[in-house]
Design a protein around this ligand. Structure first.
Ligand code: FAD
Length: 463
């Protein structure tokens, strides 16, 4: 039995970041992780493998659709799917190995196995019970399905199965037009699958502004994705190699059947806390099965904290990381803080879509007086040079009276990186004018951010 200042359960972005910060703050720290490798969902079956496949297939798309136009002639590359998956696994290995290195560097013990909490201050792994002054639960989330749809990870797959398909399906039906469904749908569309996305709502990516949703859907349709909107999936029937997806149009009419070789269920994720013994410990849960935590990530049991996907809030790696760092500060007696109003959300398709803060539609629905500055990438020289000007824009939403930035959305090249200029501006309480008065290098995509900021005032230059 070993004794620690902090034991973190789960080595995803929430848990591993928390452990590193705890160790940096001088706390004796261990992490329990049941997986073979560190990094959680994000590094093993989430953010990182999906981005590796998005990158490879983006290059394929460029070669097939844009190279000839730029004077790069010759045969397009052919796809070696097994090698593409091997590349993805290599990227995963580099990243998970990197966390193992950081654990060693920071003298963090990795206790291998599945943890439970038999009592406050105790963490059990196998037959061993370890003592901890503080326990941080960072046990993450797992894919969720919908009634009538059973995931077998062969024909009907979650995102995890979709990253490992033995072959590229001819017909892929994606249930759910959220971030994961659209990213992985893009991957397979670029690989030549006939992709149909079936969505219950009338728009993609719920929560985003309508103009962003419309442009995004139009761009994806141009790339070959098919959409069936307002469709309530009733069931998926499978034979040995095929599936039938049955849906009921919300506006009425007969049930429709779609044939597919593979069905990707991308209807969201659910918090995961099985096997931890939280019931017996008396940990308070929310109605949605998350661990209830206060604004300092404390559960109702003294000395037990919870962070990341297993608590409320957006299920995003960087949200989990921020909470990991902040809870470490709290445990060390310092001031941990997360500004939940400034957590960007990014879809890593081409083009990328990034948002932060409040949405225009939501603010207007609240009756808030806002000013909106919008600039189309068609007016941005750099976006034209890389063939990514069409359809995208930067939008900045400000308080009509104070000019303070309340939110932003970008649909365009490198949107996921550019959004941070606006995140920093929001953290500093900046106005659109502050951004507009800042010199931006030419020719960069970021000039479009400045132009959108100018559009909140006297107007942009290039439109
Ligand atoms: P997790 O990463 O889920 O880690 C929890 C860990 O705890 C797991 O490794 C699990 O094995 C371990 N564990 C659980 N219970 C126990 C136990 N009892 N004992 C020991 N170990 C335990 N987010 C982004 O921000 N950007 C993206 O681009 C992005 N892309 C994604 C793509 C896909 C396909 C998926 C599925 C998710 C994606 N996400 C993305 C979401 C992101 O992966 C999660 O928000 C993030 O991983 C949550 O971190 P976490 O630390 O809370 O939990």
């Amino acid at each position: 039995m070993a004794s620690y200042d902090v034991i973190v359960i789960g080595a995803g972005p929430g848990g591993y970041v928390c452990a590193i910060r705890c160790a940096q703050l001088g706390l004796k720290t261990a992490v329990v992780e049941g997986r073979e490798t560190l990094g959680g969902t994000c590094l093993n079956v989430g953010c990182i493998p999906s981005k590796a496949l998005l990158h490879s297939t983006h290059l394929l798309h460029e070669a097939e659709h844009n190279f000839a136009h730029m004077g790069l002639k010759g045969k397009s590359p052919s796809v070696d799917w097994n090698q593409m998956k091997a590349y993805k696994d290599e990227v995963i290995g580099q990243n998970t190995g990197g966390i193992e290195f950081l654990f060693k560097k920071n003298k963090i013990d990795w206790i291998k196995g599945w943890a439970s909490i038999p009592g406050a201050g105790k963490v059990q792994v196998g037959d061993e019970v370890h003592e901890a002054k503080n326990i941080v639960i960072a046990s993450g989330s797992v894919p969720a399905s919908i009634p009538g749809v059973e995931i077998d990870e062969k024909i009907v797959v979650s995102s995890t199965g979709a990253l490992e398909l033995p072959k590229i399906p001819k017909k892929l039906t994606v249930i759910g037009a959220g971030v994961i469904g659209l990213e992985l749908g893009s991957v397979y569309a670029r690989l030549g699958s006939e992709v149909t996305v079936v969505e219950y709502m009338d728009a993609v990516c719920p929560g985003m502004d309508k103009d962003v949703q419309r442009s995004f859907k139009r761009i994806l349709e141009k790339q070959g994705l098919n959409f069936v909107m307002g469709a309530a999936v009733q069931s998926v029937e499978t034979s040995k190699t095929k599936a039938k997806v049955k849906y009921q149009p919300k506006k009425g009419g007969d049930e429709v059947t779609l044939d597919a070789d593979v069905v990707l269920v991308a209807t969201g994720r659910k918090p995961y806390s099985e096997g931890l013994g939280l019931d017996a410990l008396g940990v308070k849960m929310t109605e949605r099965g998350q661990i209830a935590a206060d604004d300092h990530w404390r559960t109702n049991i003294p000395g037990v904290y919870a962070i990341g996907d297993v608590i409320e809030g957006p299920m995003l790696a960087h949200k989990a990381e921020d909470e990991g760092m902040a809870v470490a500060e709290v445990i060390a007696g310092k001031h941990g803080h997360v500004n939940y109003g400034v957590i960007p959300g990014v879809v890593y398709t081409t083009p990328e879509v990034a948002t932060v803060g409040a949405a225009e539609d939501a603010l207007k629905a609240e009756g808030k007086k806002v000013k909106v500055g919008k600039f189309m990438f068609m007016g941005n020289a750099r976006a034209k040079a890389v063939g990514q000007a069409e359809g995208g824009f930067v939008k900045i939403i400000t308080d009509a009276e104070t000019d303070r930035i309340l939110g932003a959305a970008i649909i365009g090249p490198a949107a996921g990186d550019m959004i941070h200029e606006l995140c920093v501006a929001m953290e500093f309480g900046a106005s659109a004018e502050d951004v507009a008065l800042t010199c931006h290098a030419h020719p960069t995509y970021s000039e479009a951010v400045r132009e959108a900021a100018l559009a909140c005032g006297d107007g942009p230059i290039h439109s």
